[in-house]
Design a protein around this ligand. Structure first.
Ligand code: B12
Ligand code: SF4
Length: 458
């Protein structure tokens, strides 16, 4: 069986942060090990994605096309399946990834061009599914999939359990992607996060637990990447890399002992750090730590169920910089309860701590996040928002209200940007290597017709 794996084009991430899709690299590796022939196509780095897709599919004539997707690439993922069916109506189309896993039956109407949906972690499911298809086995016995039965009704099989030992997974097949075209490579030492912040879809996808790989194979993979693809930045993309501080120190010690020299960055929480950890991370080559700070008042942090305090935010930024590591901080501006005070508190906190990078997001109620359900309390029915608005990848809908008008959100973001520019920050695309940076996401804000809301309600 010939399989083509496709990553859709993206409008929401700049080229310099893009990298070989890790989920598809794992899927490719497990399929190759199981004896299938695999080609991979990353349309996110293609200048003419639709031509490239047509060319590859026409030439390879695969039996199966596997597509990945997040919310912002969902519509393009569907277009890929439709083009694949136009080229060969018998090709088997399989859609996996975060978005379809979190929406399941809500996306069942798309089954016209999608033969199977794979929900959750895909490595075991895809192999069982393809063996069942190839050998005429019973599809219903393959856990973790959705499909349309002979009568056109949506069927969902039993849930796929999470892989218990991540060390059993093969090395991701990054070599199938044009590695020379990416400026960095991402890697994961763990999967999942034990927290459950209101706006995050990690909880539903990774089941609110963290599974760890052993330290040695993880560091071996770093050494392998550097050896095979040359010096490059490595982004440790774990949801919360330092969730277990002792283990993170162990990883740093191993990197130091093995004298592996490289620059890396990671994501973490402000309450999962310590001076000793910062010191070790700096010594092991960590250049940047991204902290999910989100908001600057305790009331809002509590609404978001963030489980951190304002003083932890302050300490983490200051101590990180003191250790010589760049502090990248991400914030969300535009929750329906936004007040002048929340914004002033943010400006004060940024002034006090001067992070090296400030990234401003707007609150997108992704399906699977509790924000999606929470917004319902304000009378917002997200199902009524046209899909094209929700998944365009550029124009994220965010909940606004009679109390918080769309232009107020834009003005609030503008206020933060202007304040920081006046203090010498530079917009990311204009910044030099030593500048402090401000980054905002593309946003078009849609007003949802809701009644006045009670600001600050938890
Ligand atoms: C690294 C990363 C990025 C990198 C991407 C690097 C790259 N490839 O170029 C960058 C920084 C560019 C990025 C950007 C964005 N990201 Co991002 N990102 C991540 C992160 C941290 C890791 C992704 C990853 O590699 N996962 C590891 C692999 C193993 O998991 P996986 O991809 O889900 O794949 C598994 C399964 O889903 C399944 N599977 C996946 N595809 C397929 C296909 C088939 C055929 C099958 C059978 C199975 C299958 O099997 C895989 C193996 O088990 C995740 C958080 C997370 N922990 O997953 C967020 C995450 C995916 N990003 C998210 C978001 C919101 C974004 C942005 C929209 C941010 C923004 N506002 O701009 C953009 C959108 C980019 C885009 N694609 O259009 C959200 C998605 C939410 C949602 N519901 O869709 C996540 C989940 C973070 C979160 N917790 O909210 N991101
Ligand atoms: S925002 Fe970060 S800490 Fe919160 S649940 Fe998501 S991954 Fe975990």
């Amino acid at each position: 069986m010939k399989i083509v794996l496709v990553n859709p084009p993206t409008k929401s991430a700049p080229r310099n942060v893009l990298d070989a899709p890790l989920g598809l690299s794992y899927i490719a590796a497990i399929l190759i090990n199981a004896g299938f022939g695999v080609t991979a196509l990353d349309l996110a780095i293609s200048d003419s994605p639709w031509d490239d897709l047509t060319y590859i599919l026409s030439n390879i004539q695969p039996d199966v096309i596997g597509i990945t997707g997040v919310a912002s690439t969902h519509l393009d993922a569907l277009s890929i399946a439709s083009i694949a069916k136009q080229i060969n109506e018998n090709v088997i189309t399989i859609l996996g990834g975060v978005h379809v896993s979190l929406t399941k039956e809500k996306t069942s109407h798309i089954l016209a061009n999608i033969d199977y949906m794979v929900f959750g972690e895909g490595e075991i499911t895809i192999v069982e599914l393809l063996y069942a298809i190839k050998n005429g086995g019973n599809i219903q016995k393959v856990n973790g999939i959705g499909y349309s039965d002979e009568d056109g009704n949506f069927q969902k099989t039993e849930e796929r359990l999470l892989i218990s030992d991540l060390d059993t997974l093969p090395l991701p097949s990054r070599h199938l992607f044009p590695m020379g075209k990416y400026q960095q490579t991402h890697i994961m030492s763990s999967r999942g996060c034990s927290f459950s912040c209101l706006f995050c879809s990690s909880r539903d996808f990774w089941k609110q637990k963290t599974r760890f790989r052993s330290v040695t194979p993880f560091v071996d993979e770093i050494a392998h990447i550097l050896d095979k693809y040359g010096p490059r930045k490595i982004f440790i993309a774990d949801d919360t890399f330092t969730i277990d501080i002792k283990r993170a120190i162990e990883i740093c010690d191993t990197i130091i002992e093995r004298k592996i020299n490289f620059n890396w960055s990671c994501l973490t929480r402000v309450d999962k750090v310590s001076d000793k950890l910062f010191e070790k991370m700096a010594k092991a080559g960590c250049q940047t730590i991204s902290f999910g700070c989100e908001v600057a008042t305790q009331t809002e942090l509590d609404i978001l169920k963030k489980g951190i305090t304002v003083s932890q935010i302050k300490n983490a930024i200051v101590d990180c910089k003191k250790a010589g590591i760049s502090a990248r901080t991400s914030w969300i501006v535009g929750f329906p309860w936004l007040t002048d005070e929340s914004l002033s508190a943010l400006l004060r906190l940024l002034d006090e701590t001067t992070p090296d990078e400030v990234v401003i997001y707007t609150p997108v109620p992704y399906p699977g996040s509790r924000l999606y359900e929470y917004i319902g309390r304000y009378g917002v029915n997200l199902n009524e928002i046209p899909e094209s608005d929700f998944y365009s990848g550029r124009d994220f809908p965010i909940p606004t209200s009679n109390a918080l008008k769309p232009n107020e959100v834009n003005l609030s973001i503008e206020k933060v940007v202007i304040d920081l520019l006046e203090k010498g920050y530079k917009l990311s695309h204009q910044a030099g290597p030593n500048d402090k940076i401000i980054t905002t996401t593309f946003t078009a804000i849609h007003s949802f017709a809701v009644d006045d809301i009670n600001r600050g309600e938890s």
